[in-house]
Design a protein around this ligand. Structure first.
Ligand code: PLP
Length: 276
């Protein structure tokens, strides 16, 4: 396995970043997970736009997108696989312990992991912890993912693959690594960005392609929605067959199944070839 660290490709076991990297010591970093199908990245430009937005939100210098593209191309080419998750990590760089971000410049790591297609449906739980819709990091894809790790572990304990958060106003927000959609009277709804959710790339494409509406949704919508589904880079559109104790038999239901079909067809035409 080869990965990219600051300007060049390295064997994974020889690749090094500093133990004083601010991304490691305080989570001062941003990231993207990009889907790579047989050597082609999906929606890379959208991911790079969001990487830049997240970096700016954290006060990091803009990433050099030419280098990031070159890194993605090199890593994908060096590690052929059917379906991969390309992970771009961009951090504040080396910083003496206890001090603010140093001046050695940021760290860029691009790595690729093999993955498999997600099942068509999954179980989710809700968790008692809230997303802060007005936090300094709201909407940024930062490496401070500890809260998601804890919530996901809780989901696994309950035989689920995702945990859903409310925001501080008690409204439905998002999952640990996905956006959430519900079907009410046949119409698809998803929480607005003001709920505090990440501006998911799969979410945006699903809204465009299915006509889903952005609506403030109370948490108890999950008790009455006809259908529920998740979106994310690696799930695409994935039906939910259980929310806490509530079974949703037959998932994917008709509306979700149609959204899955539309997404698959449109995504196949949208592949964003790497610039080599
Ligand atoms: N919300 C969170 C917190 C995420 O981490 C992710 C995935 O990375 C998403 C939503 C879904 O976003 P995307 O569709 O861009 O993968």
């Amino acid at each position: 396995m080869k990965l990219w660290v600051n300007g060049g490709l390295h064997d994974a076991d020889a690749a090094r970043v500093s133990v004083l990297d601010h991304g490691l010591t305080v989570g001062d970093g941003v990231f993207e997970t990009v889907k790579a199908v047989r050597g082609e990245t999906f929606a890379l430009t959208r991911h790079l736009d969001r990487l830049t937005r997240s970096a700016r939100g954290l006060g990091l210098p803009d990433p050099d997108l030419d280098e990031v593209r070159r890194a993605c191309a090199a890593v994908v080419e060096a590690n052929p696989m059917e379906l991969g998750r390309l992970r771009i990590t961009y951090t504040g760089g080396i910083s003496p312990l206890g001090s603010e971000r140093g001046d050695t410049g940021p760290t860029l790591v691009v790595a690729l992991g093999e993955t498999s297609r997600r099942p068509d449906s999954t179980a989710v739980i809700t968790v008692p912890w809230t997303r802060n819709e007005r936090g300094a990091l709201t909407g940024l894809k930062t490496t401070s993912y500890g809260e998601n790790v804890v919530a996901l572990a809780r989901a696994r304990e309950h035989g689920a693959s995702e945990a859903l958060f409310a925001n501080t106003a008690g409204q439905l927000c998002e999952g640990t690594g996905s956006n959430v959609f519900v079907v009410l009277d046949g119409q698809i709804h998803t929480p607005p960005l003001a709920s505090g959710c990440l501006a998911g790339i799969t979410r945006a494409l699903t809204i465009d392609w299915t006509g889903a509406q952005e609506s403030e949704l109370p948490m108890d919508v999950l008790d009455r929605a006809e259908e529920v589904f998740l979106t994310s880079t690696l799930r695409d559109v994935q039906a939910v067959h259980r929310v806490d104790g509530r079974e949703l038999p037959g998932a994917p239901g008709p509306v979700t199944a149609k959204a899955m079909r539309i997404f698959e067809e449109r995504a196949a035409a949208e592949t964003d070839p790497l610039e080599r």
